[in-house]
Design a protein around this ligand. Structure first.
Ligand code: OGA
Ligand code: MN
Length: 207
């Protein structure tokens, strides 16, 4: 899927990021693509390709289900047509953000995530203490006919003690500044699928 740089949804996201640090779009991708991505996520899970997600970075990474209980698999370009279409759309968004906000985003890293029933992710920030390259977080949800009673909302903690809950409904994309918006995933009553990713800028590491 190619989203032209002047696509109105892209400029809305850029404006939202500039004015309040987060954005929510309900029909970012067509239903058909969302279904294909959900199918692929389930298939990868059935093949045993998803692994318990870790907390922390590099050698300090460890699995801690009391903090996060999702299972993930990183995706790379060229693995499947649906994933490539999504990565293309996100590259258009990356360029639009760079044009509008001069953030110098260089790449996008992204993984499938599956939360089994009961899993959650406690309140956290996406930027690591020892690596500040993650600049903008983007989560695409893949769950058809999700009901508020299914739980699993993304809860963002915004300025002024405001909380914003987002239902993880298929086609919804949430974008926020990785270093500014603490958030959590509430326990889900049923399997919860998403594609979670980060736009990164160049690190300060001189090597
Ligand atoms: C994450 C995360 C949010 C969500 O993976 O870091 O916060 O709604 N995910 O899945
Ligand atoms: Mn997060």
């Amino acid at each position: 899927m190619h989203l032209p740089l002047e696509h109105p949804m892209l400029s809305t996201i850029v404006d939202d990021l500039a004015t309040r640090g987060w954005s929510q779009q309900t029909l970012f991708i067509p239903d058909a693509l969302s279904r294909e991505l959900a199918h692929e996520c389930r298939q990868r899970h059935a093949q045993g390709a998803l692994n318990p997600a870790g907390v922390g970075r590099g050698a300090e990474q460890e699995v801690r289900e009391a903090i996060r209980g999702d299972q993930i698999q990183w995706i790379d370009p060229g693995e499947s047509e649906p994933c490539d279409r999504y990565l293309h759309a996100m590259d258009s968004l990356r360029q639009a953000i760079n044009q509008g906000l001069f953030l110098g985003l260089e790449d996008f890293e992204c993984h499938f995530a599956l939360y089994p029933p009961g899993a959650f992710y406690r309140r956290h920030l996406d930027r690591f203490r020892d690596d500040d390259r993650r600049t903008v977080s983007a989560v695409l949800y893949l769950n058809e006919s999700w009901q508020p009673t299914d739980g699993g909302q993304l809860r963002m903690f915004l300025e002024g003690d405001v909380q914003r809950d987002v239902e993880p409904l298929a086609g919804t994309l949430v974008v926020f500044l990785s270093g500014d918006v603490p958030h959590e995933v509430l326990p889900a009553g049923r399997e919860r699928l998403s594609l979670t990713g980060w736009f990164r800028r160049r690190g300060n590491d001189p090597f």
